[in-house]
Design a protein around this ligand. Sequence first.
Ligand code: A3P
Length: 291
Amino acid sequence: SEKGAPEDLLFSYKGILCPAAFCNQETLQVLDSFEARSDDVILAAYPKNGTNWLDQVLHDLEITAAKYTEEEINERINITNELSVFPLLEFGDPEKFKRMKELPFRRIIITHLPPQVLPKSIFKSKAKILLLVRSPKDTAVSYFHFHNNMPTLPPFGSWDEYFAAFMHGKMSRGSYFDYLVEWNKHMDDENVMAITYEELKENLMLGLKKIADFFGYFLSEGEIQTVAEKSSFKAMKEKSSKTHGTFGKILFRKGIIGDWKNYFSEAQNKEMDRKFEECLAGTKLGEKIKY
Ligand code: A3P
């Protein structure tokens, strides 16, 4: 497919490369004026860590806990569409932060930005932040396909070329490692909880219970079970053309743990282990991420 030159597809915001198709320089300039609310539900994740998965989960938990009727769900969707504020905090036009103030319900806010460039009000407000993390190896493989399949991102000629770029953070959203090093500084914040893609894959019910507890959603076992069933990879992939349009095919790729074994050479495996050790060994976040 035809793509623009890499320098047209990405631009730097405070040292982080952002996709020009979705992020707007002016929006980022006024991002600091965003006012968080203490009850905001915030999901932070590096790309390809399962953002869209948890996006659905969080909306379903919220809607179930708030006991919305079908009508209220539709109304919520209509208001959100009319105000055109979603999906990501850093996407859209600069007026969106004003419109976000008008949302008459608990807001679910998603971001790929690292904490040092997030609006200060997010941390001041004590809004709860769920940090979703995934093994660097599976993240790298997932992002390789995404870069090459998304018309809005610069492609890579080969896996090896891509691997080198990933190791040095020369890609959309910058370095995975820097991202986690920065978030690791917040692991003792009482309003931040980390959860891994892997633990959700291994025991989704348990993961969803942790998430529900964290955000203060009171749900029955049966209600959580329903949210879990709707958010299986199979269920989400089947509905993806409806929920995500043509983007769905690119997004719901394999949804498994360990696909990296089909891509990494022995040397790349060692290099990544070394880098991971250097950046995160012995830290709270480092201990959580297993692969
Ligand atoms: P793969 O490319 O390894 O398949 P994001 O939403 O942050 O862009 O992450 C996309 C990754 O999450 C993709 O990984 C995708 O398949 C996976 N994913 C999406 N929905 C999922 C689900 N319900 N269960 C498990 N993995 C899911």
